[in-house]
Design a protein around this ligand. Sequence first.
Ligand code: GCV
Length: 706
Amino acid sequence: MIMGRGLVNRLLALIAAPAALALPSFAQAEDGYQLWLRYEPLEGAALERLHGFGPQRLPSDLLWAQQSPTLDAASRELIRGFAGLESDNWAVPGGTRDKKASSRQILLSCPDNRGDGNVAFTVKSERRDIRIRGSSDLACLYGAYALLRELSQSHDPTKIDLNERPAMPLRMLDNWDDPDGYVLRGYSGRSIYDWWKLPEHLDQRLVDYARANASIGINGVVVNNVNASALFLTDRYVPKLARVADAWRPYGIRLYISARFSAPKDVGGLPSADPLDPAVQAWWKARADALYAAIPDFGGFLVKANSEGEPGPQDYRRTHADGANALARAIGNRGVVIWRAFVYSAEDQTDRAKQAYNEFVPLDGKFDANVILQVKNGPIDFQPREPFHPLFGSMPHTRLMFEGQITKEYLGQATHLAYLAPYWKEVLGADTGRGGTVAQVIAPAGMAGVANTGSDRNWSGSHFNQANWYAFGRLAWDPNLSAEQIAREWAAQTFSRAPQFLDKVVPMMIASRQAVADYMTPLGLTHQMATGHHYGPGPWICDLQRPEWNPCYYSKADKGGIGFDRTAGGSNALSQYAPSVAAQWTDPKAIDEDYLLWFHHVPWDFRMKSGKPLWSELIQRYDRGIATADEMAQTWASLQGYIDPERFTDTADYLRIQQEDARWWRDASIANWQSINGLPLPAGTRPPEHPLDYYKALAFPEAPGE
Ligand code: GCV
């Protein structure tokens, strides 16, 4: 390698100031608003490499054949990115395009041709230039983000060679936001949508939201809660929705709404919402037409029907297919109807985990082509660990979509650090035994994540919760990415690209979700949280009106043992899986013990693989979770020099909360199990800090609500 004198001088300067290189000083605290799009200046060798890429200085031209709002967004991002990464060397007056001849260029070849939904791109270093080639302008926007992601991690600019296309067409976020600004299960403030001020005023945050989403490949957003208000189907809301859709279009984000099934009655003035009633069908068609007139690329409807009290076709003795098809015909080939499979009834009390499968499998092949069935990752409800949902692979004639929950309703909400990529990968990578993995089953449709975004400056309630938003988008783009790679690229862009930092923070993130599963619901226990806030423990709860809302329904703990028998001797939920899959879980001695109590009721002295009785192992798992929470706090404390004070302190505070709450979960749970099994604590076990009644009496009116 030939070194110019400038480079040698810079290296000498760096050698003279080793401390400054190792630990940057922070002029300003950061509030997290910039997410992973910070484009912090490169330093040292990485900066030199970027400077040295090409004979002179920086790319001063962005060249492309034609113009479009999306290419403008791409060029703005590139300018912003390079201005940040090479802050000492790159200025674009007024951020405008400068077409003067230059020695280095970023060339974009991107036809304005989004029609076929093709967003494949390549990004390559070609001699002194970087060329982004895409099959549409949106492809080039994605290519621009990919390039900046590479450079932000200080990857060598001369070796960039990307060739990407998304694994699935729909990569969506579902906002559970109400029109009054309340966010259901949101732990990050109020809604980002101000429907009161729209359409006249559009908050810049909504553009920033689209930009952040586009940067990770998200291409659709449902703007309102699945427990839907019919307001979104009124004329008054059409211009409001259109204003948002217009702002998002350059970023390739299509707008969807959750549709209330009873809307023809609620706001349409009809006596019924029966999906087979021609007047009802005409009403839906008119609504769809009004929406498409204002929003030509409107995505479609998301529907929660006959679930948790929401209206649906069964109110008229019609099937889910009847309901979905009525709406799908109104939409036609302009968009899709995404119908949720999250149903469970109070009547069938054999096993809630079986109900969605029983309800939907007989409907396979009965849905119109533009209906997609959206299936939660597991058969209960976004718990810290669930086996994959048995519907995946069981409906070969229906397009299935994966639904995950980015907002951590059951994993410590805003405060606990739980990085969810390992969880989602566990499910996406599971072999259904029926023609592929979950990721392969959903590939023709896509993935939707219940968003964790809100009005908090940091968007997601905590800085580390941003990682789950990021990871969800990245996995929807490419489910083969590893959880480690995603964590590393996120942390490098969000906090610090110093290897010493990343080598500690990435393993901490990877371990975090297992820690939460351990201190909340170890060994396959599930749904042990308190009623209402879903944050702390409530394993003793057994008196709620609907049996399947009670934690005791799931633990089945009694003097003889603990766990839900889902084998042939019990609910036989195992039979809903392919035989090859069920075989892995049938024998309590052979099963992966993370799923033991999900599928088996075993005695307290059941011999675990470790040779210990279940009772000891259970306690040890709670303690393991606490130990990991403690380690995370220590790791973070050791990283202080790499983070600005504001984000460092926020995170340190939350990790302290997590340490305390892990102990709360462990102590309350052990006290409860002991009250049932009457067993002494194994020798050397720390007893719960308080008696069981203390934990039962705790109440939290201030907790983020339902
Ligand atoms: C939107 C869980 C949540 C509910 C949510 C429901 C769903 O039950 O606690 O708040 O309602 O899932 O996914 O529909």
